[in-house]
Design a protein around this ligand. Structure first.
Ligand code: A2P
Length: 270
């Protein structure tokens, strides 16, 4: 049985809260990472940075996992950036999807990595590891980010150089985009580092913050609660360590109902 294909009868039997969308593009970066794009239901609204439940029919049942939406709120399609876990209940099937296949999506987006959860500031840091860059792929393509912040620093750390390509492609796309290019100008800085291969910028972002190399490399002063804001997305350990450093710098964690200086979201896998 093809575990991936969602059949017409499956779609007809879906509960009311589920959309069935068509895959429009798939790109594999490494044996661990891929992105896909799919149609967006006209009625589906979300804020850049939010996540949603994405699923497939696996052995006759819908199976869902949380995925950050990587496309901005204005995009007419939806984009997702995913890890491939060989024995992952969903990703081991999702990594086989092809253009024209059907992917399921629950109707309600949610999440804390939204501009509304931050108090005003001048510089916005986005700290990500691995697929944790996904919500920031959405936010760096949203004009509102640049209306609210004078400078946006996208930090992305991966084990290997090849895993940085999604981020580099994104920044290149923005530079060449018909309306984003001018609006973003030189406000967006991309700081990409690698931990397990040789690369000009090496090390975990947390170590680079502690040593101060991050700030020297960027030519900015160390993090200051008066002007700097942060968003963090990565593994549980990365969230904890980065959060501690931001708190040490004097920033407090915010939420949708209580905006503050930084916000956190787990990068989801499975
Ligand atoms: P490292 O290679 O030193 O473990 P993963 O794929 O395991 O989620 O890791 C993605 C990236 O996040 C890797 O470069 C990894 O570095 C880094 N990383 C893992 N744990 C932490 C942490 N606690 N703080 C900061 N970076 C981390």
């Amino acid at each position: 049985m093809d575990a991936v294909a969602v059949k017409q009868e499956d779609v007809a039997a879906l509960p009311a809260g589920v959309f069935a969308e068509t895959v429009t593009d798939v790109q594999h970066y490494t044996d661990r990472l891929f992105r896909f794009r799919m149609t967006r239901p006209e009625s589906f609204r979300f804020r850049s940075g939010e996540f949603v439940m994405i699923g497939l029919m696996v052995e006759g049942k819908p199976l869902f996992r949380a995925y950050s939406i990587a496309s901005p709120a204005w995009d007419e399609e939806l984009e997702f950036f995913s890890i491939k876990v060989p024995d992952g209940p969903l990703t081991s099937h999702l990594c086989d999807i092809k253009v024209g296949d059907t992917v399921l999506m629950r109707k309600k987006p949610t999440g804390t990595l939204v501009l509304d959860a931050l108090v005003p500031g001048k510089r916005l840091y986005m700290f990500s590891t691995g697929t944790g860059i996904a919500p920031f792929a959405s936010l760096i393509r949203d004009p509102e980010t640049y209306e609210k912040f004078e400078e946006v620093i996208l930090c992305h750390t991966c084990r290997e150089v090849a895993e940085l390509k999604y981020g580099f492609d994104l920044v290149e796309e923005i530079k060449n985009h018909e309306f984003l290019a001018e609006l973003v100008g030189d406000k967006l800085k991309h700081y990409a580092t690698v931990t397990r291969e040789d690369y000009p910028f090496k090390g975990r972002i947390t170590d680079l913050m502690e040593s101060g190399k991050l700030y020297t490399d960027l030519g900015v002063p160390p993090i200051n609660p008066e002007i700097d804001r942060g968003m963090i997305c990565g593994s549980a350990a990365m969230l904890k360590d980065t959060k501690e450093l931001l708190e040490k710098a004097g920033l407090t964690e915010g939420a949708n109902n209580k905006p503050a200086e930084f916000v956190i979201e787990r990068a989801f896998v499975g």
